[in-house]
Design a protein around this ligand. Sequence first.
Ligand code: 2RA
Length: 349
Amino acid sequence: RAPTLAVVGATGAVGAALLDLLSTRRDVYGEIRLAASPRSAGRTLRVRGEDVQVAALAPEVFDGADIAMFAVPPAVAARWAPVAVTRGAVAVDGSPAFRAAPDVPLIVPEVNPGLVRDRPRGVLAGPGCTTLSMIVALGALHERYGLRELVVASYQAASGAGRAGTDTLYAQLEKVGGDRALGHRAGDVRGVVGDLGPFPAPLALNVVPWTGDPAEDGWGSEELSIRDECRKVLGLPELKVTATCVRVPVVTAHSVAVHAVFGERVHRREAQDVLARSPGVVLCDNPEMLEFPTPSDAAGTDPTWAGRVRRSLDDPRALELFLCGDNLRKGAALNTVQIAELVAADLTP
Ligand code: 2RA
């Protein structure tokens, strides 16, 4: 019997991407059920070309389900994933709720697919969208050269902060649009954008060197998460990772500038070949023709886009590169769908 899938959080932005992916990828499921908060229950959504009514999230949603996908805030996942497991499903969670738990594997199917079979709590997690914007390309380079150290700066899109982030960016852009007097004096943009939404400073006509919550010693939580997640996914608990997270006025698709140090000498052409041959990565690296990845070209697409590949001038073991990936697709929905497909294959005799 093909596995039964329950999708929890079907009505959010990531949920919409999930349903799109479930409708366009190879169909490995029998029944697909949709569930959401009581506020969104009762709506009808289209999946695999059929209308499916969204049920209110309740324990019975998981009865007979083999796999439960969660695209919900961490508190909801923390409460309901164990319920799904108790009712017999494997829970696949895209939220931060279980990422750091030592008994929950952190899966990126292109990098560590074998770990889906090891699920002591019945829960599998995927990393955050910023890690997912770079880890497929970095995993491929690690396999060839042996990664020793990462120094990264993110350029994170507004949609990473949810619908409130996107709404705030559009509202601010409307307020500053067309005013050529703006952006020349300290504080003039701040004076006109009004509501900052989820951001600590204006995002229109600006960049903001902060995402996540305050952590110790001046670090932001997202910067620490990137370090933890890269270490866990790559199986390198001692990997040196330094991240600086920056929000930019882009709607969708995160970008990351990477300085990666390896255990042996790297070669630009070979590194480009490694990236070009890696499933899930598209090499776009022809700077002479002004061809490189940009977030507006990566939005709405599935792969990690890799470009600006250079061997560091002062260290023959280090590469510089620029990566872009859609934070709602590979950064959230696609990774969850890929994990669930691996589980489906594992459950299907
Ligand atoms: C963001 N929370 O703020 C996301 C990253 N994980 O972009």
